[in-house]
Design a protein around this ligand. Structure first.
Ligand code: NI
Length: 231
């Protein structure tokens, strides 16, 4: 037997295939992202990078994590009248076209179907470590300086008020109530953004979330002081 044959073992070839698939999916996703600047390609790129960082710390399956991060907002229900089946459907089409194996496709689609925040009182558990990582990466992009910018970009797109002191904070017990709330953007901090640090799955994400959370609290204090004209 020729030793050189062994150099071409299946494992490295598989890695190369996986990298090629990830590159092509990234290219495809970039051309399809059409949301506002809260859900554009740059959001996907930040989540993808954060997911890779968490994946290395957590020793998860990088192929599933990267595909999940890239495809997690491919047809976001918030932009499709609350239809949650669109995302997994479009993701499956893309992955089938890349000849990804069925078990990976099912895993990635499960992550996409279950990732979203759906209201303060609605649990959104992730079954696998790979899902937990993608969910954490997505939620880290919803808090801190970037999270604040994204909240106002989304609110602007939906024509919402920045703030309305006459509207009390509302926390939602169902996905429908959360989806239909339409309240001002400052309320979004209380109905979602300030709750996220306690809903991170991995230790690494919990630690990153801490400083981003403190930054949002400082931001809100300043916002209210300027609103009242006391600073
Ligand atoms: Ni997202």
């Amino acid at each position: 037997q020729d030793m050189e044959v062994r150099v071409l073992s299946p494992a490295p070839r598989m890695q190369q295939d996986q990298q090629r698939i990830i590159d092509q999916v990234a290219h495809d996703v970039r051309s399809r992202m059409s949301g506002d600047s809260s859900h554009d390609w740059w959001h996907i790129l930040r989540v993808w990078n954060m997911a890779k960082r968490l994946c290395e710390l957590e020793k998860a399956d990088g192929f599933v994590v990267e595909l999940g991060a890239l495809l997690h907002d491919i047809a976001d229900w918030k932009f499709h009248d609350g239809d949650e089946s669109m995302g997994p459907k479009v993701a499956r089409e893309i992955l089938v076209s890349q000849s990804v194996t069925n078990d990976v496709i099912d895993h990635v689609c499960e992550i996409i179907a279950t990732i979203s925040f759906k209201g303060a009182g609605v649990p959104t558990p992730m079954r696998t470590l790979e899902g937990k990582i993608v969910q954490d990466a997505d939620r880290l992009d919803a808090i801190g300086a970037i999270g604040i910018a994204r909240a106002f970009a989304y609110g602007g797109n939906k024509n919402r008020e920045m703030y309305n002191p006459e509207q009390k904070t509302v926390l939602h017990d169902s996905k429908e109530a959360y989806f239909n709330s339409g309240s001002h953007t400052i309320n979004h901090f209380y109905e979602k953004l300030l709750l996220l640090k306690d809903r991170m799955n991995t230790e690494a994400a919990k630690s990153i979330a801490k400083s981003r959370h403190v930054f949002m609290e400082t931001y809100l204090e300043e916002f209210f002081e300027e609103w009242e004209g006391t600073t």
